[in-house]
Design a protein around this ligand. Structure first.
Ligand SMILES: NC(=O)c1ccc[n+]([C@@H]2O[C@H](COP(=O)([O-])OP(=O)(O)OC[C@H]3O[C@@H](n4cnc5c(N)ncnc54)[C@H](O)[C@@H]3O)[C@@H](O)[C@H]2O)c1
Length: 309
């Protein structure tokens, strides 16, 4: 059992490749299924225990082949851009919902039961804004991205009840860390700000910079994911992943300036319509089920790792 690989869909991406490193460090072998749309081969280490299958989760036969012989799955592959889903709902749906269904069907066919799924705080829409959002907050998906994530959660629950899958479903808040692509305009705000700051390029902030997000370092997230893979049983119910800490964009910029020893010019533009002003996770359930590093990686320490300082 121990030498059967863990399948990581989207394993060549930002979170996936950080997870692959953590799994290898624990002695696992890993099979990555990735279409390399935003992921990169170079994100994966040159290690004989890592196998890269280049293919699409929207292709059922391809997912079935990748699933064969695996002991568990971490399903991260998705078009991770909300904006892309707004522009191309049908195209992104192939990856973001059909992909999940293909994973479920392949698990059923291959007798694999444990699956971790990357859902998103986007499923809450504007609900709970300004509070620490707990998992009982009503969902209100506002975009095709959020609708596909929420539907994926429901399908996984169906496969749990009907076919005995053991899904551990996580609603990620804002994850940051090394290998997040600063070149993508849809990438997380931290990678965009740090990417520009490192090059000395001016930084534009949409809005007054007082909007807040709950940022968690990718290294802390992958520790939780490994625990969920190894847990004897998966308790039912989705789990928010955040630190229950609100950091404003202004505070974030100050922290980046602190780590880099200065900042380029910062300008404030009109707010983007539809942007949520405050987003923060109530993470009581996360802390009840899993251990975060104690203390969790601070923003300053996380930025220092990201910036190689
Ligand atoms: N980064 C965050 O803050 C955040 C927040 C909430 C949820 N998530 C979710 O976490 C997961 C990982 O996101 P990320 O930030 O690492 O983004 P990413 O774009 O770096 O990773 C996604 C990976 O999936 C691959 N992929 C996309 N479509 C695919 C397809 N059809 N078939 C096979 N591979 C495909 C990409 O090439 C990439 O390697 C995604 O499901 C995303 O929606 C991320």
């Amino acid at each position: 059992m121990a030498d059967r690989p863990i399948l990581v869909t989207g394993g060549a991406g930002f979170i996936g490749s950080n997870l692959v490193d953590a799994l290898l460090a624990r002695g696992y072998s890993v099979r990555v299924l990735d279409n390399l749309s935003t992921g990169k081969r170079a994100n994966l280490p040159d290690d004989e225990r890592v196998e890269l299958a280049v293919g699409d989760v929207a292709d059922a036969a391809c997912v079935r082949r990748a699933m064969s012989g695996c002991q568990a799955v971490v399903h991260l592959a998705a078009v991770a851009s909300v904006q892309a889903s707004v522009e191309d709902p049908i195209g992104t749906h192939q990856s973001n919902l059909i992909g999940t269904l293909n994973v479920c069907e392949a698990m059923r066919a291959e007798g694999v039961t444990r699956v971790l799924f990357a859902s998103s705080a986007a499923v809450y829409g504007n609900n709970g804004e300004g509070e620490a959002i707990d998992e009982s907050t009503p969902t209100a998906p506002l975009t095709p991205y959020a609708a596909d994530k929420l539907a994926s959660e429901h399908y996984l629950d169906f496969y749990r009840r009907q076919h005995g899958l053991e899904p551990a479903i996580f609603r990620f808040f804002n994850i940051y860390g090394p290998r997040q692509d600063p070149a993508s305009p849809y990438s997380g705000v931290i990678s965009i700000f740090t990417g520009r700051a490192q090059k000395g390029m001016p930084i534009s902030v949409f809005g007054d910079g007082e909007q807040t997000r709950d940022f968690i370092y990718v290294g802390d997230l992958v520790e939780v994911l490994v625990q969920a893979l190894e847990a004897p049983v998966v308790e039912q119910g989705v789990v928010n992943v955040g630190l229950n800490q609100a950091t404003s964009l202004k505070q974030l910029l100050a922290a980046i300036g602190d780590v880099l020893g200065g900042l380029p010019a910062v300008s404030y533009q009109a707010p983007r319509s539809g942007d949520i002003r405050h987003s923060r996770a109530n993470n009581a359930r996360l802390l009840q089920r899993y251990r975060l590093p104690e203390p969790p990686t601070s923003m300053r320490a996380g930025l220092a790792k990201l910036l190689g300082r």
